[in-house]
Each structure stands twice: as C-alpha cells, then as structure tokens.
Ligand binder design. Structure first.
Ligand code: ZN
Length: 488
C-alpha cells in the first residue's frame, strides 16, 4: 500500500495525506486578483493545484475544489494603504469596477482553458460574499480579537498572539514583525503596527463600497478566503493552497482569522508552489520582462523568439517540482518543446508497434516507480524522467532493437494514458484538431514508394523520402518494412 505524501508548510515536513472525511477531499486555493492580464504567475498555482485535483480524483477521492476570484479588497500594498487594485484600474479606464473584474476574469479563464486546466468545483467572488465577511468580523470582534476605529475594523495581532501563535505558518516572530512593519505616523488607526484590516472605511472617492455595522466600507483582502472557505468547505477542511508569496501575510492572517472566529485553523494541510523567474530575474513591469500568457501563446513579446504552444508551457512547468523555483527562458522553452514532441511521437509510435511473443526488456517496475514519485509530494519531474526512459525503449523497439510483448505494449499504453493524459493533462491538440487520416495517407504514400523500389526506380523512392523529410516526416526502412514518424 502506497501513501500519498504532501509537504505541509504548517509542519515544515512531508506528511501522509489523510482527508478529514474519508469520502471527500475539501480544498481551497487562492485565485487571482482580476485587474490585469493573466501571466505565468497565475499559471503556476493554477497548474500545481490542477495536478493535485486530478491526482486526488485518480486516487478515488471525490474532491470539492474551491478557487476564488478576488474582485475587491486587494489594496495596492500590504500595509492596508493605497487604493483598491480593481478600483484604481476602473478609475483609470473610466469603467465600472465590475467591468474590469469581468474582463480579466474572462481572460484568466480563456488562458487556463488553453492550458487544459480543469475548472474548480466552485469559483466564488469576494464581492458576492460581503455578508459572510461581515458576519465573520462580528464573530472576531465578539471573541475579543478585533476592534473598530473610525469606521474601520482591525485584527488585534498582539492580543491574538497572547493566546495563539501568529507566525505559526510563516515562522515569523511577532517581535521581528513589530520592528520591520511600516508605520505611517498619524495616518494609521491601528493599535499595533502588525495589525491588519478586516474592514476598511471607504473614503468619499472610493467606488467599491458596501454598508456595514461600522459604516460604508469594504472588506480587507485576507478576510474573503477565510469567509468563503468556511462557507463552502466548513470550519475545518483538508487542503489550502496558493503561491509561496501568499504565506505571509495573506495565509498567516487567514489562520489567525479562522482561529479567532471559529477556534480552528481552517485547513489541515497548507501547500505552496514556488515562484517563477524570467531569465534569472523576477518578473516585473519595470524590468520589461512582464510577459502575459497570451504573449507566450502568440510570441508577440520582444523577449520571445517564437510563440509557445500552451501545452509546451504546461509541460515546462511539470518539468520542475512545484516547490522549486522555475526559470523561463527561450532556450529552456525550446528544449521543453522538443521534449514534448518526443513524448507525443513516442505515444504515436507505441500505437504502431508490432508485438512480439516475448519482451526483451523489463518494463514492469516503471508503473510503481511513477506512482512512488507521484506519491512523494507530486514529484512530476521524476515521473517524467521515467516516462522518458520508456520513450527510449519504445523508440528502440520501433527500430527493431528490442522486442515488446502485447501485454507489455498494453501496459505501456495504460501507463502513458494515465500519466500524460489523465494526471498531467497533456493533450496533443495537433492530433485532436486534425480531422485528416494521416496514417491512411501515409500508408498510401509508403505503398507507392514500395512499388517503385520493387521496380528498382530508386530515383522516385528517394524523391518521396526526401520530400517527406522536408515536411518533417522521417521514414525508415526496417526489416519489417517501411515505417514513418514525425522528426524528433
Ligand atoms: Zn486567499
């Protein structure tokens, strides 16, 4: 019996995954703040938790997966100051905030669809859960961990830390936080520098506002995830995920809010994907390396040598463990593209292999090796390395250097279907979208070539081979006849 182990940021170690309810896994992932074009920073958490979602389902669990859309409350900086990201964009473009949020939500969905990322079970909006957020604030105040000043409500981190551990997730010490937190003299209503906003009073020019017991205002960013995870998954649920940049303050604040309101940390397992760099640099508008997903897909950004198919981006992300940093560069993406073509070609070849009575190579350990790697905190790069070992075996079998029995060929088909299609979600869109029967056409061409060879018309035979070669199709004369494949 193999166990599925995941790295829990809360304990700082890998733990065997055991769901609270044996019949269903409940998971919450922080979604995007929808005020700009989707980019790689959006793709990585979406993909990491897509793999987890698919894998849990593969393990036989029913999964309720909630991924929110932040359409209110995320301010320009983490110190509860500055305008609302969506509100500011709406002002600049002279649009309703909901127009901005809807526009970028649609863009986000389109990009994720291209990346073959499955939809979560529930995708709640922060602006649709203002009542739940207000109710949670009331509980936090009633329990003595929130206070109101001038129409805003803050979370009393110092008071909370007396009976709880603020820093339990990020391993930060409150004393250090007190020293390093920014404090704008006279401008803050907070009791302590480390406190964070649960509700902010809306200034007269602030467009996104709702009535509340404390006057017109809007919720603090950290609150929405606590309120919505609690609403859809319960006060205690299995997995909470997101990017590593959310560990502090966002997730630390979420734990504090849930403990303060419900006396429960919320999630049992906290999982975080690492960050992405571009040619060794952090991605940022000021660095000129801010590349949107659309730009990757159509190659329109100056820094890109070419367009990259969404499956290449997906494959590239899977080549790194989700807890490792990953660096995007043209070279790395081009080699991912080559690797993906090799993988897809091997799958095509696998369907054409002629079985022999007995295998000359032992493929039996591969299935459990792949499962072991996947069960070890979703080690996708290791699984891929085993699949590429098998690609070599498939290619050499095709070239007549090895033999595979029908049982082994079927085993391999099952293994590739399971990992490349079901769990890794890699689909060969070329194949899917091509209604032409390439196999059929190629068999006609190869038959004609065979005829010319039999008539010793070498000129025609070579011409067919060379012309196909120009079309990226390689033909090979083996002892079993002529075969073809797309060039590697
Ligand atoms: Zn969140």
């Amino acid at each position: 019996m193999q166990y599925f182990k995941i790295y829990n940021t809360l304990s700082g170690k890998k733990e065997i995954f055991r769901s609270i309810n044996p019949n269903i896994v409940t998971m919450y992932v922080c979604g995007p703040t929808v005020y700009g074009e989707p980019h790689l920073g959006h793709a990585r958490p979406a993909l990491t938790f897509d793999i987890l979602f698919r894998y849990l389902k593969h393990l036989g669990y029913k999964v309720r997966y909630v991924r929110n859309i932040t359409d209110v409350g995320h301010l320009l900086n983490d110190a509860d100051e500055g305008g609302d990201k969506i509100g500011e964009k709406a002002k600049a473009l002279k649009l309703e905030p909901m127009e901005v949020a809807n526009f970028y939500t649609k863009k986000y969905h389109e990009s994720l669809y291209k990346l073959n990322i499955e939809n979560p079970s529930i995708e709640p909006l922060a602006s649709g859960h203002i009542i739940e957020q207000i109710e949670m604030i009331k509980k936090i105040i009633d329990n003595g961990f929130g206070y109101e000043v001038n129409g805003s409500v803050y979370f009393d981190v110092v008071k909370y830390n007396e009976s709880n551990d603020y820093g339990i997730l990020s391993r930060r010490k409150i004393e250090d936080l007190m020293d390093s937190s920014r404090h704008l003299d006279g401008q803050s209503d907070k009791k302590n520098k480390v406190d964070f906003a649960l509700w902010k009073k809306a200034s007269s020019e602030h467009i996104m506002r709702w009535p509340s017991p404390w006057g017109d205002g809007f919720p603090g960013w950290h609150l929405e995830c606590s309120a919505m995870s609690c609403k859809y998954l319960g006060e205690e649920f299995d997995i909470h995920g997101g990017g590593m940049d959310l560990v502090f303050p966002h997730h630390e604040a979420e734990i504090a809010q849930c403990c303060a309101a419900n006396n429960n940390k919320g999630a049992k397992y906290w999982m975080h994907n690492n960050m992405i760099t571009i040619s060794g640099q952090k991605m940022g508008k000021s660095l000129g390396n801010f590349i949107t997903l659309d730009e990757f897909f159509n190659g329109s950004h100056d820094k890109l040598d070419q367009a990259y198919h969404p499956m290449v981006i997906r494959f590239f992300l899977l080549q790194a463990h989700y807890r490792s940093t990953i660096d995007f560069s043209n070279t790395a993406l081009q080699s991912a593209e080559k690797g993906l073509i090799r993988l897809f070609n091997a799958i095509k070849i696998l369907n054409k292999l002629k079985p022999k009575e007995k295998s000359t190579v032992d493929i039996s350990p591969f299935s459990s090796k792949c499962d072991l790697a996947m069960n070890d905190d979703m080690n996708t790069p290791i699984v891929l390395s085993y699949l590429f070992d098998l690609v070599k075996i498939i290619n050499s079998t095709y070239e007549g250097k090895q033999d595979l029995s029908i049982k082994d060929i079927n085993e391999l088909k099952k293994l590739f279907e399971k990992y490349t299609v079901s769990i890794f979600g890699l689909c060969n869109s070329e194949e899917d979208s091509d209604p032409t029967d390439v196999e059929g056409i190629m068999s006609i061409i190869l038959e004609l070539r065979q005829n010319s060879k039999e008539k010793k018309d070498w000129e025609i035979a070579d011409k067919i081979r060379d012309r196909l070669n120009n079309l990226n199709i390689e033909i090979k004369d083996t002892k079993d006849g002529t075969s073809w494949s797309y060039k590697k």
